[in-house]
Every structure is written in structure tokens, then in C-alpha cells.
Ligand binder design. Structure first.
Ligand SMILES: NC(=O)c1ccc[n+]([C@@H]2O[C@H](COP(=O)([O-])OP(=O)(O)OC[C@H]3O[C@@H](n4cnc5c(N)ncnc54)[C@H](OP(=O)(O)O)[C@@H]3O)[C@@H](O)[C@H]2O)c1
Length: 271
């Protein structure tokens, strides 16, 4: 797999999964445009990734703002001269029972997790068509199986998954994929352990590198969806179609998730 002289724009590139995606593309020869809100962290990432030899452009952006999304795509194409891959990875999660948060916090989740990928993909489309490029969206298994303790997050990720699969079947000249992970060991989950749903933690935890490898595989072959771990993807699909199975397995998985949570809390205390 080579991305030599390919131009890749990554939204949410300064930490966690996006950082590993950026590292993986850099190792495979790509030129990069890196976006996130925090400029300082992005600059540090760029300094690291320039040692791989490709161009690395830093474009601080809050993708919650649609006008900023348009400016991001324009700046990436202007600076790199082309666009081959767009990775929509920036994501936001306000956890807990529905109603625990300010209504505007839910609106912000929709803005970052769903509206931004739609706007970025639409803005990138002519540039991706020119190169026969691809879009890879980072979804979630929560988008395959609705989670009651993460209703809005689930809804945004289900929307992103549906968008991806719809475009994968019908967009001429551009491939579109979605990578749907279960829990991944990043600050997104580890810094917010108390409010992470027990059932989420019952799934095997992946590394950001696992997910980055799937993002690159999708960019290379355009497969519409990759789930990680595959066993959890299968279970999520079954749970979504067979609510009775979910009623039986749910309490067992929650018990397992509580044990994992306790283990993670202990590990954090010992660090
Ligand atoms: N970790 C998991 O368990 C897990 C599981 C399934 C799916 N996912 C999905 O994977 C993606 C990445 O998650 P992660 O675990 O890597 O999260 P993370 O470690 O919190 O990193 C999130 C990245 O997105 C950027 N970002 C957040 N809000 C942004 C905004 N409004 N505009 C631009 N950039 C923004 C952050 O930088 P700034 O804060 O500087 O903007 C950071 O670079 C998300 O879409 C998440 O929903 C994660």
C-alpha cells in the first residue's frame, strides 16, 4: 500500500485515532493537511510527521462551523495542490441519559459528528473526483446498535454510517467508506470512564493503531465498511435486528463491562 504523492486531509488529526491515521499515512508517503481546533498540538504532530519526508500542512479548524469546513477544504487543496483522501475523524460525545445535558450540547454533537462530514465531503467532492479519490468516515459501533445511554451519539454515528453506505453505492468517481470501531484506548473514552456505558466496555478494546490500519485499508480498496473488532460488529448487527437477544445478552455484557471499568480505574490510579 503506497500513498506516495497522494494528498490526505484529516479532520481531527491531533490526538487519538486521527493522530495514528496521520502517522500511518505519513509512513506510507502521503502529503498531509492536518485539522483540529488546537493549533499547538497540531504543530507538534506536524513537526514529528515531517521527518517522514512528505509535506505536512497545519490548518487549525473547528469543524462545528460549516463555513470553516469550506475554508479547510480550500486551504488543503491550495497548499497541497490536490486532494486524494478525506478522513472525517473529528468526533464529540456528551455521555449519559438523554436530558442530562444542555440541549445545545446535543446540537454540538450533531454539528461535529454528522454535519461536518457532510459539508466536508460535499466541499471536497470536485477535488476528489479529479483524482479518483476517497472519503473515509470514522463512525462507531454505536451507529450500528442504538445505545440508550448514548442516544444522540448513536444517532449521529448511525447517520454518518447511513450517509457513507448510501454514497458508497451511488457516488460516481469517488469511493466512500466507514470504519466502525468499538471502544478504542484514547482520551475520548479513558478520560471519561465514569460515564462510559458498561456495555461499551464489555467489547474488546482496540488501539488507535488498529483503527488507523483500517482507515488506510479503506482508502486503498474502497470497501464500504470495516468494523473493529469484527466479532463486536457481528454482535451489534444481531442485537440491532433481534431485540430479544439483546434483552438476554445485555445484562451479562453490562456485568462484564463493569469489571473492565473497575480494572481500568485501578490501572489509572496506579499510573
Ligand atoms: N475512542 C473510542 O472509543 C471511539 C470509539 C468509536 C468511535 N470513535 C470515534 O473516533 C473518532 C476519534 O476519536 P478519538 O478517540 O481519537 O478522540 P480524541 O482522542 O478525543 O481525539 C479527537 C480529535 O478530534 C479533534 N476534534 C474534536 N472536536 C473537533 C472540532 N470541533 N473540530 C476539529 N477537530 C476536532 C481533537 O482535537 P481538538 O480538541 O484540538 O479539536 C482531536 O484531534 C471520533 O469520531 C469518535 O467518535 C472513538
Amino acid at each position: 500500500m503506497s500513498f506516495d504523492e497522494r494528498a490526505v486531509l484529516i479532520a481531527g488529526a491531533s490526538a487519538g485515532i486521527g493522530l495514528e491515521v496521520a502517522r500511518a499515512f505519513a509512513r506510507h508517503g502521503a502529503d498531509l493537511a492536518l485539522a483540529a481546533r488546537g493549533a499547538e498540538r497540531l504543530e507538534a504532530v506536524a513537526a514529528e510527521l515531517r521527518t517522514f519526508g512528505g509535506r505536512v500542512e497545519v490548518i487549525p479548524t473547528d469543524v462545528a462551523d460549516p463555513a470553516a469546513c469550506l475554508a479547510l477544504v480550500s486551504a488543503a487543496v491550495e497548499r497541497l495542490g490536490r486532494l486524494d483522501v478525506l478522513v472525517n475523524n473529528a468526533g464529540l460525545h456528551h455521555r449519559g441519559p438523554f436530558g442530562d445535558h444542555d440541549p445545545l450540547a446535543y446540537a454540538a454533537m450533531v454539528d461535529v459528528n454528522l454535519r461536518a462530514p457532510i459539508v466536508l465531503t460535499a466541499a471536497a467532492l470536485p477535488h476528489l473526483r479529479a483524482t479518483g479519490g476517497s472519503v473515509v468516515n470514522v463512525g462507531s459501533l454505536a451507529g450500528c446498535l442504538p445505545l440508550p445511554e448514548a442516544a444522540v451519539y448513536s444517532a449521529t454515528k448511525a447517520g454518518l454510517r447511513t450517509l457513507s453506505l448510501a454514497l458508497a453505492g451511488g457516488l460516481e468517481g469517488v469511493r466512500v467508506s466507514v470504519v466502525s470501531p468499538g471502544p478504542v484506548a484514547t482520551a475520548f473514552i479513558l478520560d471519561d470512564l465514569d460515564s462510559v456505558g458498561d456495555i461499551t466496555l464489555a467489547q474488546p478494546m482496540s488501539t488507535p493503531g488498529d483503527i488507523a490500519a483500517l482507515v488506510l485499508a479503506c482508502a486503498a480498496d474502497g470497501r464500504p465498511e470495516r468494523q473493529q473488532p469484527r466479532s463486536s460488529g457481528l454482535l451489534a448487527g444481531l442485537g440491532a435486528t433481534l431485540p430479544s437477544l439483546r434483552r438476554v445478552l445485555g445484562p451479562l455484557m453490562e456485568r462484564r463491562g463493569r469489571r473492565v471499568k473497575e480494572r481500568l480505574r485501578r490501572a489509572a490510579r496506579e499510573r
